[in-house]
Design a protein around this ligand. Structure first.
Ligand code: CS2
Length: 472
């Protein structure tokens, strides 16, 4: 079978072709983190906006670590297909918005070149929570290896924050405004990223650091965003199915659910694609949307993954099919909904989640969600837990969730940047264990809350004895 590429575009079934001719695009967006999520979300919105309004918003995607994604996409001229797993069957279409696929370190010169190009006015990022090098207090961990080496003046920065700081420093000479758009699942993600970049510059020792910080204040925007589309890691079978649908071999195929949401803070500093024409929402403050999505969707995902893996389930739909699946999800959501700002329709949102999670056409592995759990728990559960405790309310589902995560770290192989410290917390003394796990999460306030520590301990014992139903 021929490979998907510019040369074979003409042979694609009519409904599977890119909406625009990718060869006619310029490069106006730099994207850091070339994973499946970007390709199934922002790239798709951008392609739709391009088809409607033009503008030449091609994307240069820079992989941060993996070279495999380049080996896959470079021979395909940056083309790949997205298969939407609708309940009525899959729909496969080639997305043609990537004009360049590169490696952020190997192609550091090209990255710098693009960041000083006046046509480029938007940088987007999807590097996962751990990709930002945050310390427990939310600031930059200047001792973490990639950041520390970049601060020491490594010419090809390997940390995302270093890449942005160096890039902005170069761009200042051009004095052209830029929007840096964080698209990862973190509360206040724009402000988080702005802070990290500023702290990098402040720690850099650059003679122009102060002037650069002033320039960033006036010329660079870091809008916050909420991104949502469930994108399970594609399997060999997914690639085979996409290739069969296209009639050409696609090694870069991605899969996702039909649902997509993108909410952006309306504070861009410079020209951008008209994403609002593709369903994206521009609002003055994304916080309500962010809280609803992180706490309900992502929080429930993490809970289902911990409970489901312990219960021998493999996928989100499998966990939802368990007798405890939907009741646990609804009980968790009912508790967390109490922490959301007024005016949101949490009930409708939760009904939507039940349908999305139960979509039998999706094979979303619980193990994928369980990855980097320590960072996710911190974003998704601890803020609502703190708020409910501060208000004097009880939070049985959130303490149960922490217990489920604790058991997960006790019983399962961990793929987590803090795995060593987490494993070392299991000393055989139950109270001390929970306390230590909370400290590892950077939640010393909660670790010192003896009532909470005792409750989590009891919930661990209840789950050990009764399985997920014990949470209800
Ligand atoms: C999931 C997210 O893996 C995870 O942690 O909760 O990737 C989730 O599927 C997306 O945020 C949905 O938008």
């Amino acid at each position: 079978m021929n490979r998907l590429s510019y040369a074979t575009l003409g042979s694609l079934p009519a409904g599977s072709r890119p909406l625009v001719d990718p060869r006619a695009l310029g490069t106006r967006i730099v994207h850091l983190g070339l994973g499946a999520f970007h390709r199934a979300h922002q790239a798709v919105h951008t392609e739709q906006a391009e088809a409607l309004h033009g503008g030449g918003w091609g994307i240069a995607g820079f992989s941060q670590r993996s070279r495999a994604v380049l080996d896959t996409l470079a021979p395909q001229d940056g083309l790949y297909s997205l298969t939407l797993r609708t309940p009525d069957g899959p729909r496969t279409r080639v997305i043609g918005q990537l004009t360049e696929v590169r490696h952020a370190v190997d192609d550091a010169t090209r990255l710098r070149e693009l960041l000083v190009c006046p046509d480029v006015t938007v940088v987007t990022t999807t590097v996962t929570e751990k990709g930002y090098g945050r310390a427990a207090d939310g600031g930059l961990d200047t001792t973490a290896p990639p950041v520390a080496a970049d601060l020491a003046g490594r010419p090809e920065p390997a940390s995302v924050v270093g890449q942005l700081a160096y890039g902005l420093r170069a761009r200042r000479a051009l004095d052209a405004p830029l929007s840096v758009v964080c698209c990862d699942n973190m509360a206040d993600n724009g402000r988080v990223l702005a802070r990290l970049v500023r702290e990098f510059i402040a720690a850099s020792g650059w003679p122009d650091a102060d002037a650069l910080l002033d320039w960033i204040t006036t010329r660079v925007a870091f809008p916050s965003t909420v991104v949502d589309r469930i994108v399970p890691a594609a399997t060999g079978a997914d690639r085979d199915a996409a290739s069969a649908a296209l009639g050409v071999r696609d090694e870069g195929a991605v899969v996702g659910e039909p649902f997509t949401q993108w909410v952006l803070q309306d504070t861009f500093a410079a020209e951008r694609p008209r994403w609002e024409e593709t369903g994206a929402l521009f609002v003055p403050d994304v916080a309500p949307y962010q809280m609803m999505k992180l706490r309900l969707l992502n929080g429930a995902h993490t809970l289902l993954s911990c409970l489901g893996l312990a219960d021998g389930r493999e996928t989100v739909a499998g966990a939802m099919a368990a007798p405890w699946g939907e009741p646990v999800l609804r009980a968790y959501a009912a508790e967390v909904a109490g922490t959301l700002p007024a005016g949101l329709d949490a009930d409708a949102y939760v009904d939507g989640l039940v349908a999305r999670f139960a979509n039998p056409a999706m094979r979303h592995l619980l193990r994928q969600i369980a990855t980097d759990g320590s960072l996710k728990v911190t974003e998704r559960w601890l803020p609502p837990l703190r708020e409910l405790r501060a208000a004097g309310g009880s939070a049985p589902m959130l303490t149960g969730a922490l217990a489920a995560w604790a058991r997960h770290t006790r019983d399962q192989d961990l793929d987590d940047p803090l795995a060593d410290r987490i494993r070392a917390a299991w000393t055989g003394e139950p109270r001390a264990e929970v306390r230590e796990l909370l400290s590892v999460l950077g939640a010393s306030d909660l670790a010192e809350d003896t009532g909470l520590v005792a409750e989590v301990g009891e919930r661990i014992a209840a789950l050990d004895a009764g399985g997920p139903m014990a949470l209800l």
